[in-house]
Design a protein around this ligand. Structure first.
Ligand SMILES: NC(=O)c1ccc[n+]([C@@H]2O[C@H](COP(=O)([O-])OP(=O)(O)OC[C@H]3O[C@@H](n4cnc5c(N)ncnc54)[C@H](OP(=O)(O)O)[C@@H]3O)[C@@H](O)[C@H]2O)c1
Length: 171
């Protein structure tokens, strides 16, 4: 796949490194081309530096937008792979274009994660809001954001879980 990364910061470094290793043709586009050169050199593997416009033109004429990778810290994306309690990190992906979604799911797997259908692009704002909530829990409260959702089997309540338990289920 030909990938144009717009930006030369932390996320560009973390994700482009995986994608170069996975064999993709990556162009690092920066408004400061020297930073793009430095990052491309550090990543290696044939990553090329470019300006923002050139990186977009290489990879995205008639671009289709998919939202993903916004819920975790850059250092989580640097993990090889991001696996917690023996489960690969699940990555919600929002988009309207199936062809683009197929490609982004591949990029998620290249990072060592499992893609999760997050719905259409109209839900991208919800992903941003989720990130804001998680960060507030982690940083503000020191709370484990993972702990705020029940297991899937309980998503519709204990009575749908196939187990007995919960409030009054045995009554
Ligand atoms: N870091 C994380 O853990 C994390 C996690 C999830 C999502 N995100 C999101 O991912 C995005 C990038 O985060 P980051 O941590 O990689 O940020 P970063 O290290 O600060 O890098 C930001 C990059 O964007 C470029 N940039 C900023 N404003 C620009 C503009 N107006 N026009 C062109 N380029 C511009 C910067 O260019 P210069 O180098 O020239 O300044 C830099 O290359 C942000 O939207 C952030 O919210 C970050």
């Amino acid at each position: 796949m030909r990938i144009g990364v717009l930006g030369t910061g932390n996320m560009a470094d973390a994700l482009a490194t995986h994608w170069v290793r996975a064999g993709h043709e990556v162009t690092i586009g920066g408004r400061d081309t020297r930073r793009a050169e430095r990052l491309a050199t550090r990543i290696g593997g044939g990553a090329k530096p470019a300006g923002l416009r050139a990186a977009a033109a290489a990879a995205a004429p008639g671009a289709r937008v998919v939202k993903a990778f916004n819920l975790c810290h850059e250092d989580v994306w640097r993990m090889r792979p991001p696996v917690f309690d023996a489960r690969p990190l699940a990555v919600p992906v929002c988009g309207d274009d199936e062809t683009a979604l197929v490609r982004v799911r591949e990029l998620v797997r290249d990072v060592g994660c499992e893609p999760v259908a997050g719905g259409g692009l109209e839900r991208a704002g919800l992903l941003e809001a989720t990130a804001a909530l998680f960060i507030a829990l982690w940083v503000g409260e020191g709370a484990d954001a993972q702990a705020i959702a029940p297991p899937l089997a309980y998503a519709a309540g204990p009575s749908h879980s196939g187990t007995k338990g919960g409030m009054g289920a045995d009554a």
